[in-house]
Design a protein around this ligand. Structure first.
Ligand code: HAM
Length: 433
């Protein structure tokens, strides 16, 4: 039976053509920089036990309460099979990296351990511009060092990525500190009292947040709530001396490196694991703060929360889909897609029979080649070579097939020569160099 509808699920997309080229470009730059900054790549599973997210990111966050994608099998669930709790698609990368850090005994490696990753993440968000249900992130985590230099190093890595992509003038880095666990008790109490006094002016969501986690009210986008938030006590004023000193230290490193930043004393993030430094990378002029390009911060309690030894950590992740859109909107030039060195054109039955053997020889000698062995017409094969912007056409007709020769035609200036098949690779390589 023919399927009624063939379409990707809402909030997902195929990445093809220009988007694929931009994605590849971003990842190759991120990967180069990761290597320069001596980060090792880590790939973690796309699905994990849900518990690492509920525990790590925290209930009473949108990601956990509304956006997790559960994973189950058609005939029965994983739970029964594994005898463990449920699974879900990863909504972010940090929890998986922390799980891997503990499980792989990275605590015994030289600290700090510097890891980076890229890949798809899944959140059941309301799809809109820049907001998807499957989206790609590149993330960096530095585990095992509590000094403020490491927070600043993390921000430096993010900055250098935007610098490399020619986007540094398009972004604003906002920084804040949400304090350590003991500051958090005080912050929650004071913010809770303030929002409670103003609860009639706040939306229903915020009213629910007051009880569970008043810090989350600071993240509300509702205009009426924003007016109340603007006058709320500032987190930075509520920090203890140690956390204030740490934050000051981070800013001094940023100043020294001349990395521009804005202090946003109301910046909280959508995940509960943060302690001390938090930061977000926004598009200049994105006053509604709808589409942050990246974000991160310190999470000194997460490893212990997952059953490891108490270990400080800091990291960030970038939203690659949003960066692709930005590169395209700003018309930032990226290298052209590579064109094939050659296009193999065959005419007649004998030539066609030889064509794949010629292709095999070229590929094994690192010469790229476009070929349409299913096509008979010379015209359509030439059109294909033109469209692909191949440098040389390699033409094999009936006569050449019999003589074991090939015509090499320079598609730029039209000049051509005939060579023996056995010399093809040698001659073409010379021409290409
Ligand atoms: P996050 O702020 O939730 O942080 O996500 C990081 C970035 O992912 C966002 O700034 C945004 O660019 C992109 N992003 C998030 N949701 C979507 C979506 N629905 N559609 C498109 N892009 C999206 C984290 O994920 C933390 N794990 C970052 C981190 C690493 N903190 C410490 N280490």
């Amino acid at each position: 039976m023919v399927m009624k509808q063939i379409q990707a699920p809402r909030g997902t997309k195929d990445i093809i053509k220009e988007n694929q080229r931009h994605l590849k470009y971003i990842i190759s730059n991120v990967s180069d920089l990761a290597e320069k900054f001596t980060f090792s790549k880590i790939d973690t599973p796309v699905f994990e036990f849900s518990e690492i997210y509920t525990k790590g990111i925290g209930t009473n966050t949108d990601i956990i309460d509304k956006e997790l994608f559960a994973v189950s099998r058609q005939n029965g669930s994983f739970e029964k099979e594994e005898g463990k709790s449920s699974f879900c698609l990863r909504p972010e990368g940090t929890a998986g990296v922390v799980r891997a850090y503990i499980e792989n005994g990275m605590q015994s490696w030289t600290q700090p351990v510097k890891l980076w990753y890229e890949g798809p993440m899944f959140r059941y968000d309301k799809p809109q511009k820049g907001r998807f249900r499957e989206f790609r992130q590149a993330g960096f985590e530095i585990i095992g060092d509590s000094s403020e230099a490491i927070d600043a190093l993390t921000i430096l890595v993010a900055w250098e990525i935007f610098n490399k992509l020619d986007l540094k003038n398009e972004i604003v880095i906002e920084v804040n500190s949400v304090g350590c666990q003991s500051c958090r008790v005080k912050i929650k109490k004071i913010l809770g009292q303030y929002f409670n006094q103003n609860k009639f002016k706040l939306c229903q969501d915020c009213n629910n947040r007051i009880k569970n986690n008043p810090l989350r009210v600071l993240d509300c986008k509702n205009t009426d709530c924003r007016a109340i938030i603007q006058k709320a006590p500032q987190i930075l004023d509520l920090l203890d001396n140690e956390c204030k000193k740490h934050f000051q230290g981070v800013l001094e490193y940023l100043d020294e490196m001349e990395i521009p930043y804005d202090i946003n004393p109301y910046l909280v993030r959508g995940l509960d694991y943060y302690t001390k430094t938090t930061f977000e990378i926004l598009l200049k002029g994105d006053d509604k703060r709808q589409n942050s390009l990246g974000g991160g911060g310190r999470y000194d309690n997460l490893i212990e929360l997952f059953g490891g030894q108490k270990t400080p950590a800091v990291g960030f992740a970038l939203g690659l889909d949003r960066i692709i859109e930005l590169l395209q909107e700003r018309k930032i030039k990226i290298p052209e897609a590579e064109t094939p060195n050659t296009a193999l054109i065959q005419v007649g039955e004998k030539a066609r029979k030889k064509s794949l053997a010629i292709l095999k020889n070229l590929i094994e000698n690192d010469v790229s080649c476009i070929i349409a062995p299913g096509k008979d017409s010379l015209k359509s094969q030439i059109r294909l070579a033109d469209r692909a912007k191949a440098m040389f056409a390699l033409i094999v007709g009936q006569k050449e097939a019999l003589d074991n020769t090939i015509i090499i035609k320079n598609l730029d200036d039209g000049s051509q020569e005939t060579v023996m098949g056995s010399r093809l690779v040698e001659v073409i390589k010379k021409k290409l160099s």
